[in-house]
Design a protein around this ligand. Sequence first.
Ligand SMILES: [Zn+2]
Length: 396
Amino acid sequence: MKKWVGVTAAIAMAAGIALPAAPGEALAKEESHHEFSIKGFTDYAELTKKLQQVEKTSKGLVSVDVAGQSNQGRDIYTVRVGSGDKVVLIQSEIHGNEKTGTDAILNLLKTVSGGSPYAQQLREEITFVFMPMMNPDASEGDKRRNTMTWAEVVEDFPQLSGAQPSWNYLDDRVQQNYDYSKNPGFDVNRDFNPDLDYVPQPEDFPGSSSDPGWFITPESQTSRDVYKSLVEEFGKVDVFIDLHHQGVYYVEGTSDEVTLSLSAQFVPDPSSPEGAEYAQYADNYNYDFSRQLNVAAYDALQAKGNSIFNNITLYSQGLDLPGTALGSYALNGSGTVLFEVTGQTQSFGQKKRGQLVKAVETGLLGIVNAVADGSVHDLDPEEYKDIPLTSYRPAE
Ligand SMILES: [Zn+2]
């Protein structure tokens, strides 16, 4: 059966058409290239099964939809629950070697779709939209980038035939233990553009980290389409949260390993001189609200008492990354929160999985509760700067 799929895929690729996986038929999974097991995390097939189950048993409360397809033809799911007029969009695994967010989303989904009065209250206040695995080819490959060649991009956008491949494309080396010379791909989290209607232009390539992206990957296009359709339906996406992992770092001034880092800052403030190039977005951008959301997550984690949940820091500040989902959506008016959990799969595998998933879930619930009851607006945005900074080395 697998061989048949392979042959069909080859024909489809030669014809330049994306081939969706046949129903019930998994694409071959890549060989693991990492030292540590990741079996404890939810993979694509398990996610598909779990979402189908949740939808079925929820009696209409939860709807699971296919929002688009990855470059290799895997479905990209959205999960929607709740009917409130505040919209909270949470995305995970845009980088496929960063996996705790997917499990944290599944836990949160269970909480908010439950039968308790608390869950009911949350659903009355908030419309939740989850994208638990937005880059499934990367998830299945256990790697940062998607699976796509520059030639495929040019097939989709013939106007780019003379352009240089984008700077976030890798086809010539090993990175994070993955050999992209055998299987090239793009860092999808540099492919976003604050202009959600942007059409790729050859003069905008190869670009750089401080330039907007181009929506050349099917994965970023899918996230963008979900975002735009929510804006159309609700007027705005109030909150956007993106779930990631980082290296192993320390809480500044201590020798404590960071559990997770948070951030509200991805582009310079469009009303400031440094953010002048984003001035057209100044009326939408709401840094105070983003900081309040971060404080809500931080407070919920601190409330867990003296534990690893207290080792929370701010991610690097002063960034200018308009090609990230967070940067683009912040400029479009969403309150934004980045989660960066310690250790990607190449360094950790599934080590500490339970605790790290719990940490993400705790932070997410802190945000959700504060948005649902409106208390987020009473938080002091200036408390954001009291969150400790991240240090690359432990204090002596
Ligand atoms: Zn990441």
